[in-house]
Ligand binder design. Structure first.
Ligand code: FAD
Length: 530
């Protein structure tokens, strides 16, 4: 079984389960392979945090699998284009004729998998790739014209109907792998595989020591941790003033089966001054927990055998978010141009940006050496003079994560208020988030920049001040992340008067929101014109 970056778990893992079933049938041992591919990580702007999280989870998995006498064999491979032949050579050396993997939908990964399928024919090896990332895999929910949906609401309605129509298929719990025979430890061929260590670090992706410590504290690795976070979300109340800078399992969450976080999610999910959401995204992105398990657990809580996807219930609203995850993966698979740095709405490919990033330069691999403009630097540092934007950017810098509402607000600020290319922001997020997922990140950025699947035209433009008042009514989020403003309350906190900002050493706004709004409308109305 070839384990990929998005399926770091033993439980409810389709490819692993199938591989195990086949191994038992053929009476041969099951081997798990993980290939670290640093050139891919550079090309996809993978954050050092995500790589570190991957390694921490792998090291836990190594132990879990070893208990089942299954070796987790880790290799580090360059150059990335030759990975298929390296894997086939490894299989030949082990006498293996079958390979199972869960599908990845990005263009490069699909090409790689097609190549390994082609090459494997010469060797007489059989490849099996299965869907595992989504509840409903790409290609199932299609419009009347047989095309991928590009608008969420009709997609979600059809998604819900499809799932409820065939719950055993879409929500099946795949059996855990069967243990190998203990005699594997005596095999000259297989026993050494137990000794290949999971590296502590990948060259070029080292984390500063304090950052690594923080990541371990905020985002502990392991399937047991992910399940515990899910359980807490289902059974404990929202904590006020939990602003993110704690491990999601920190004590102090009051239990409640009547008003737990999931049950109040429809009403409270947009509050960023509370721990209103699950904070499962790092675990879902890395596949440490299965999305099917999340839905099953939510259904069990409601004691129902139907999936609730309504807007008016906490559980339904949360399941809608999981459907967004499926939706963006379908967009990526259905419209592969979004993988190539191109906008979903091609008519906006000529919009004039202040800081432009060409699609060819849109990764760290090609764009090395590009200088950040002053505006971009201020956005990244959280020094824009817009408190909610600055709190958001500082939260990302420290935690590698921020609430969805704030991701949208800051993405819209960068692309509409500063008129900086969405690809620049998309890349910065990938380089800093611990939950970086291409489909959700690209989808979220393009939605916010109006180049994506938002059916509302480009004049959807958040006002950062009113967003701030709505999402952070207590002001705790801003005060926590922007300590210069910790004495302020009410309106002054959300929009500090110039004299007060000067006194507190806080920057004045780097743009005038009303003016930049007009500029954004003009540029989107007439793409290509300044
Ligand atoms: P909850 O509210 O508890 O939601 C549960 C799960 O549903 C999440 O863990 C996530 O897997 C999924 N989900 C929720 N909202 C969305 C959404 N809008 N789109 C897709 N899936 C969603 N999510 C990532 O996992 N990785 C990313 O790289 C990423 N980048 C984003 C960039 C931008 C500009 C925007 C606007 C959103 C992005 N998101 C991304 C989606 C969303 O912000 C996060 O999934 C969410 O904030 C995670 O917090 P949570 O786990 O507490 O979510």
């Amino acid at each position: 079984y070839w384990m990929r970056m998005g399926d770091l778990r033993v439980s409810d893992n389709r490819a692993l389960s199938l591989a195990s079933e086949q191994a038992v049938k053929d009476d041969i041992p099951l081997i798990v392979l993980f290939a670290i591919s640093p050139q891919d990580y550079v090309a996809y702007d993978r954050s050092a945090r995500r790589i570190d999280f991957t390694l921490r989870n792998l090291s836990k998995l190594k132990g879990t699998l070893a208990d089942l006498h299954i070796p987790l064999h880790t290799i580090i491979h360059t150059p990335r284009r030759t990975l298929p032949s390296r894997i086939l050579t490894l299989m030949a050396d082990l006498g293996s004729t079958r390979l199972y993997a869960n599908m990845e939908y990005e263009v490069d990964e699909l090409r790689r998998d097609i190549e390994i399928c082609e090459l494997s024919k010469e060797q007489g090896a059989k490849m099996t790739f299965v869907h595992n990332k989504c509840i409903v895999e790409p290609g199932v929910i299609l419009t009347k014209e047989n095309k991928s949906y590009a608008v969420y609401s009709p997609y979600q309605r059809n998604w819900l109907a499809a799932v409820n129509h065939n719950i055993p298929h879409y929500l099946e719990d795949c059996p855990k792998p069967q243990p190998n025979s203990k005699s594997i430890h005596k095999s000259k061929k297989f026993a050494p595989l137990f000794d290949t260590p999971v590296p502590d670090v990948v060259d070029g992706f080292e984390l500063q020591e304090d950052d690594r410590k923080r990541m371990c504290e905020f985002w502990p690795a392991g399937e047991d941790v992910a399940s515990e976070i899910l359980q807490r979300f289902l059974t404990t109340k929202v904590r006020s003033s939990q602003l993110g800078a704690v491990n999601p399992l920190a004590p102090g969450a009051e239990e409640s089966t009547k008003s737990s976080r999931i049950l109040t999610y429809d009403k409270g999910r947009d509050r960023v001054d509370r721990d209103s959401t699950s904070r499962l995204s790092p675990y879902l992105s890395a596949g440490v927990i299965s999305v099917r398990a999340c839905v099953r657990a939510a259904m069990k809580l409601l004691k129902t055998d139907k999936v609730d996807g309504s807007r008016t219930s906490g559980v339904g609203r949360w399941i809608q978010e999981l459907a967004w995850r499926d939706f963006y993966t379908c967009v990526l698979a259905g419209f592969p141009r979004v993988c190539m740095g191109r906008p979903y709405l091609e008519r906006f490919s000529t919009v004039v940006w202040e800081d432009h990033q060409s699609p060819e330069d849109s990764s760290r691999a090609a764009g090395e050496g590009n200088q950040d403009s002053e505006m971009l630097k201020k956005w990244k540092e959280g020094m824009t003079g817009f408190p909610v934007i600055d709190a958001t950017m500082r939260c990302i810098k420290v935690m590698g994560w921020v609430h969805n509402r704030m991701r949208m607000t800051t993405a819209m600020f960068l692309t509409k208020d500063l008129m900086i290319d969405w690809r620049v922001g998309e890349r910065y997020f990938m380089e800093n988030l611990i939950d970086g997922d291409f489909a959700s990140n690209n989808g979220g950025w393009q939605w916010s920049a109006s180049t994506g699947t938002d059916p509302v035209p480009y004049f959807r433009l958040f006002n950062p001040y009113s967003q701030s008042e709505k999402a952070d009514p207590s002001g705790d989020f801003i005060r926590h992340w922007v300590p210069e403003l910790s004495k302020l309350r009410g309106r002054d906190l959300h929009k500090p008067p110039a004299s007060l900002a000067d006194e507190l050493g806080y920057p004045r706004p780097i743009v005038d929101h009303a003016e930049s709004r007009e500029r954004a409308f003009r540029r989107f109305k007439n793409p290509g014109e300044p």
